[in-house]
Structures are given as structure tokens and as C-alpha cells.
Design a protein around this ligand. Structure first.
Ligand SMILES: CC(C)(COP(=O)(O)OP(=O)(O)OC[C@H]1O[C@@H](n2cnc3c(N)ncnc32)[C@H](O)[C@@H]1OP(=O)(O)O)[C@@H](O)C(=O)NCCC(=O)NCCS
Length: 168
């Protein structure tokens, strides 16, 4: 999987989408610090422990650098940023039962607005799985990488990368 780059200069307007979601009682908001365990549980149950570890970093920022989608008290999805590396978007995920309603897009754009607020003009989508989702929503493009390797295969500080395969 490749990393992708997207511009933060002209993000899509999601006010109509947020309104439609609100009409279905679906809220997009930052989680509160006291919801960290619930978010962690959601990510572990629906996705992976590694993703939960990454999202946990969002709770060390103020404001918390993630968004969740909720319906009543249920968490439906999440999107994190500025967690795995600076200026990185991800991870993100929506409960399978709630996909296809615009929740993933709303979470994604809300998180990109968070990066925009930090002063970034571009964002990196780390190890982008659904490439067409990112290309379709914001026109993200794959970043050409040497050997196709992003940060996820690194086993040491990239500054000390050598050609001996120490990072594979
Ligand atoms: C990717 C994901 C977050 C999308 O969530 P979602 O709520 O279903 O997405 P939305 O309903 O907001 O979709 C918004 C648009 O993207 C499109 N889209 C959604 N998932 C897509 C995919 N996997 N590939 C291509 N297009 C996709 C939708 O058709 C919709 O297009 P439209 O605006 O033209 O109607 C969700 O499928 C998911 O959780 N996937 C598993 C986890 C994952 O892969 N996370 C990314 C890790 S990098």
C-alpha cells in the first residue's frame, strides 16, 4: 500500500453532509478525554490493536486530534490525525453496519480540517488502503516512494537507513 498526499487548501464543504447525518442522529465530533477507553475499545473490536495504539496518541493532544461519529451513545466510526507521525492522517474506520452513509467522508474531512487548523497546507495519508476513497473525496494522489516503503516497515530511525536491509 502506498502513502498518499492531499491538499488542504480547498477542502470540500461538508456542512450539508453534517446536517443530513444530524437528521439521522449521527454526530461528528471530537471525543472527550474521558472517552479514550471507549474509543480504544471500539477500534480494537472493529479493527486492530495497532490502530487503537495509534489513535491513543490523539488523546495526548489538546484539542484531541481525532473525531468520532456517534449515534446516541454508540460509536460508529473514528478518524485520527497527527498520531503516527506529524501531519499524518489516519487511521480511520467506520463500523461495517454503518458504511455507505457519508460517515467516513465526514470524519475524514473533519480530521483534515484539524490538520488545516494546525497550519499544514498538505497532509499525508499513511499506508492508504482504500485509495479510491481518498482520491474520490479530496483528489489525493499516491506518493512515489523509494522501494515503495513507507514508515510502517521501518524498524529504526529513518536517518540511519542503510542498504543492508536493517529495516525490512
Ligand atoms: C473507508 C471507510 C472509512 C469509508 O467509510 P464510509 O462511511 O463507508 O464512506 P462514505 O459513505 O463516507 O463514502 C464517501 C464516498 O466514498 C466512496 N467510498 C467509500 N468507501 C470506498 C472505498 N473503499 N473505495 C472507493 N470509494 C469508496 C463512497 O461510495 C462515497 O462516494 P460518493 O460520495 O460518490 O457517494 C470504510 O469503508 C472503512 O471503515 N473501511 C475499513 C477500514 C479502512 O480501510 N480504513 C482506511 C485505512 S487507511
Amino acid at each position: 500500500m502506498s502513502d498518499m498526499l492531499c491538499s488542504l487548501i480547498d477542502l470540500p464543504d461538508i456542512s450539508g453532509l453534517l446536517e443530513n447525518l444530524r437528521a439521522e442522529k449521527i454526530m461528528i465530533r471530537r471525543p472527550n478525554p474521558w472517552e479514550a477507553s471507549s474509543v480504544r475499545r471500539f477500534v480494537t473490536e472493529h479493527f486492530t490493536e495497532n490502530w487503537a495504539d495509534e489513535v491513543q496518541v490523539s488523546f495526548s493532544h489538546q484539542p484531541v486530534s481525532s473525531f468520532i461519529a456517534t449515534c446516541e451513545k454508540e460509536i460508529l466510526g473514528f478518524a485520527a490525525y497527527e498520531c503516527t507521525r506529524r501531519n499524518y492522517f489516519g487511521p480511520t474506520g467506520v463500523d461495517e453496519a454503518w458504511r455507505g452513509r457519508g460517515i467516513g467522508k465526514a470524519l475524514f474531512i473533519a480530521a483534515l480540517m484539524g490538520l488545516q487548523d494546525m497550519g499544514y497546507a498538505y497532509a499525508v495519508i499513511g499506508d492508504a488502503g482504500p485509495v479510491d476513497f481518498y482520491a474520490g473525496t479530496v483528489g489525493a494522489v499516491p506518493i512515489p516512494l523509494r522501494d515503495g516503503r513507507g514508515i510502517y516497515s521501518l524498524r529504526e530511525d529513518p536517518r540511519f537507513l542503510n542498504s543492508g536491509g536493517a529495516n525490512t
